[in-house]
Unconditional design. Structure first.
Length: 132
C-alpha cells in the first residue's frame, strides 16, 4: 500500500499519535512501514515535540490483515451496511465518537454521489455501495 496514515486514538477520542508512511508491506504476517513520520500528541491535542522520522518500522501492534483495509480505501459514503459492520468488527479500538458516527451512517438513507439524500430511495432501494 502507498501513502499510509495511521491515527492512534485515546479512549476519549483525542489523537495520541499519527503515523504517515510512504508505503506499507505485509511480510511474515506483520506490517512493515517504510519512510515513517511519527507525531505524538498530548491529551489536549498539542504536538509533543517535532515529528520523528524512521526509515522503516515493524508494526507488530497492528492486528488488521491486508483484507481488512479494503473498506478503508473506499469513500465512507459508499460503504454498504455489511462493509460498515465489518469495519466496526475489525476495529475494536475506535473512539466512541467514531463508532457513533459510523452507526449513524449504517442507518442513514442512501445518498447520491455528492452526499445529498436520494429522494427516490424509497421507490428504488439501492445499496450505498452500488452508487456511482
Amino acid at each position: 500500500m502507498a501513502k499510509v496514515n495511521v491515527i492512534q486514538q485515546r479512549k476519549d477520542g483525542s489523537d495520541e499519535s499519527r503515523l504517515q508512511a510512504r508505503e506499507a508491506h505485509w511480510l511474515d504476517n506483520r506490517w512493515w512501514f517504510i519512510e515513517v513520520i511519527v507525531q505524538r500528541y498530548d491529551a489536549r491535542g498539542n504536538p509533543m515535540g517535532p515529528p520523528r522520522f524512521e526509515p522503516r518500522r515493524e508494526m507488530s501492534d497492528l492486528t488488521e490483515l491486508p483484507k481488512d483495509f479494503v473498506n478503508e480505501t473506499k469513500d465512507p459514503r459508499f460503504l454498504s451496511s455489511l462493509e460498515i459492520l465489518s469495519f466496526l468488527r475489525t476495529h475494536r479500538n475506535l473512539s466512541r465518537e467514531t463508532i457513533a458516527r459510523m452507526r449513524v451512517d449504517l442507518h442513514s438513507p442512501p445518498r447520491d454521489a455528492v452526499g445529498v439524500p436520494d429522494r427516490h430511495a424509497d421507490r428504488h432501494p439501492v445499496r450505498r455501495s452500488d452508487r456511482p
